[in-house]
Design a protein around this ligand. Structure first.
Ligand code: ADP
Length: 514
């Protein structure tokens, strides 16, 4: 598959510069892709636009058939695709393999698309409109951009593109220049099943991302806050909508009555999974004073058991993989160094490995909110843990952040968990768990504050966001003419005023004009 896909998607323009992808764990070259030229972006967009009307016209069931075929192709080639993910991002095999979970979200959209996109009939408002028949239609933005970062090279574009295709849009995707290979192969799958020409992929860095936003009707963007702002400005200038899923600084609150062993295992997984490179990873932990020592001791012990490396033999012999690129490794090391220089203690980890872009899973204590590790997004395998007097202090600290993506509350008391969840200024909260709310597709994954305006999933909204709504008002019974149509006359005016008063006032004195 790989050979085929690479051959078929090879650069047409042999002169074009290439992006050479190296494995962050081993430094070996994994492959390369041609950088798409700006003019080519325009040409691809024009081609996709030309194919979109027929795609929309074939109806949601036929589109679902194609997306299902693509899902099957991806499942049939899962090992090769995940192999590419692993080699281009340096993940452990177990972490990389989780990317195939995205076929689950594809199925959710396949199964619900028809219902979510069906015309809706809504009741007219007020007696004056009683004879209206009101319909809301969902019609796709013709061309949608899906611009993705490097942390989930397969799962991220797949999760965002499937609902857009099902909505009837054509999709122009641009994967990160750091990890373009797995997505190129998956997009090739769309071609290989013979699907209509409504999905394509272009390659390059920010300039190509910006060329993409210039030619589409809607932008689904996932990435950093700074780039998100640029995308928002570009979209605003073109008056097109965008959905931005940006960073997070998710807080984990551990109450004294929590199941501490579960909380420790949860923190280790949700903090170090994908080497901490997950927007909804646990970035900071607040633990109530009575259980703080026990939590920290057990967390350090758990961290010590983690095996770091890239198990290229796919034998699940490693837990935590590499950082995907050097710039991110530098950010993580910078946050730890900053914390230590301000008085924090490293209880385990706290350094990069000599070979490969590995940063050791790290537990920090004696941290405070003057440190970058508690305020800025680290996006790495670090867990700074802070002792708090009680859960309300934890909430105050959790909300002391420019981000508002997600968070978690750990307690055995269900109503306390719910109450604390409601106090968190984030778009989602997990109770006694972390990260997994993103797999609850009926729930919206919405960013608050700098985590970005926009959301994915959320039941019907997750697919309707790729559509323009059209409200159709029809008359059940058509009169010869409406009472307020021309010409105006004193008699009609008096009747209209009397009727308006009668219908709109909520007391008899006003209804009768007294
Ligand atoms: P990260 O460092 O997490 O990848 P970025 O926000 O820099 O975050 O990049 C996310 C995606 O956005 C990448 O595919 C990148 O190439 C793309 N990108 C970067 N700059 C722009 C831009 N100005 N317009 C559109 N896309 C961009």
């Amino acid at each position: 598959m790989q050979q085929d896909s690479e051959a078929s998607m090879a650069p047409i323009d042999q002169e074009a510069p290439a992006i050479v992808v190296t494995c962050p764990a081993t430094g070996e070259m994994v492959g390369s892709v041609p950088v798409t030229r700006r003019a080519e972006v325009d040409a691809v967009a024009a081609r996709l636009r030309a194919g979109q009307p027929a795609w929309q016209a074939m109806g949601v069931d036929a589109r679902a058939g194609w997306v299902a075929k693509w899902r099957d192709w991806i499942l049939d080639h899962a090992d090769e695709l995940v192999g590419l993910v692993q080699r281009e991002s340096g993940k452990s095999w177990g972490d990389a393999n989780i990317e195939t979970m995205a076929t689950d979200v594809v199925n959710y959209w396949i199964e619900h698309a028809a219902a979510f996109l069906a015309d809706e009939h809504v009741r007219p408002a007020g007696p004056a409109n009683i004879a209206k028949r009101l319909t809301i239609c969902y019609e796709p933005y013709p061309l949608v951009a899906v611009i993705t970062p490097w942390n989930y090279p397969l799962a991220m574009p797949l999760s965002d593109i499937a609902p857009a295709l099902l909505a009837g849009c054509a999709v122009l995707s641009k994967p990160s220049e750091v990890t373009p290979l797995a997505w190129r192969a998956a997009a090739f799958g769309w071609k290989q099943i013979g699907a209509p020409d409504v999905l394509d992929v272009v390659f390059g860095a920010g300039d190509i991302g910006s060329a993409v936003t210039d030619v589409v009707d809607y932008v689904m963007f996932t990435g950093s806050v700074n780039t998100g702002r640029r995308v928002a400005v570009a979209a605003a200038q073109r008056l097109i909508p965008c959905s931005l899923e940006l960073g997070g600084k998710d807080a984990m609150i551990v109450c004294a009555d929590a199941d501490i062993d579960r909380a420790v295992d949860g923190a280790a997984w949700a903090g170090f999974f994908n080497a901490g490179q997950t927007c909804v990873s646990v970035e900071r932990v607040y633990v109530e004073e009575p259980v703080y020592d026990e939590f920290v001791e057990k967390l350090v012990a758990k961290t010590a058991t983690l095996r770091q490396g890239m198990d290229a033999g796919h034998d699940y012999s490693c837990d935590v993989g590499a950082m995907a690129n050097e710039a991110q490794l530098t950010v993580v090391a910078g946050h730890v160094d900053d914390a230590v220089s301000k008085g924090a203690k490293v209880l385990i980890g706290g350094k990069a490995r000599a070979a490969g872009l590995f940063y050791e899973p790290t537990v920090l204590v004696d941290v405070d909110h003057d440190m970058d590790c508690m305020r800025a997004e680290t996006f790495g395998p670090t867990l700074p843990v802070m002792k708090v007097r009680d859960a309300l202090e934890a909430i105050t600290k959790a909300n002391d952040s420019n981000y508002g993506l997600s968070g978690s509350v750990w307690t055995r008391d269900k109503s306390k968990g719910m109450a604390l969840a409601k106090l968190m200024n984030t778009g989602s909260v997990n109770i006694n768990n972390a990260i997994l709310s993103v797999f609850q597709y009926p729930l919206p994954m919405q960013g608050w504050k700098d985590s970005g305006p926009g959301s994915r999933a959320g039941g019907a909204h997750g697919i309707r966001k790729y559509c323009r709504t059209k409200g159709i008002a029809a008359d059940r019974v058509a009169m010869k003419r409406e009472p307020f149509w021309y010409p105006h006359t004193p008699r009609k005016g008096r009747i209209m005023s009397a009727v308006a008063r009668l219908l709109q006032a909520r007391d008899w004195r006003r209804r009768l004009g007294r």
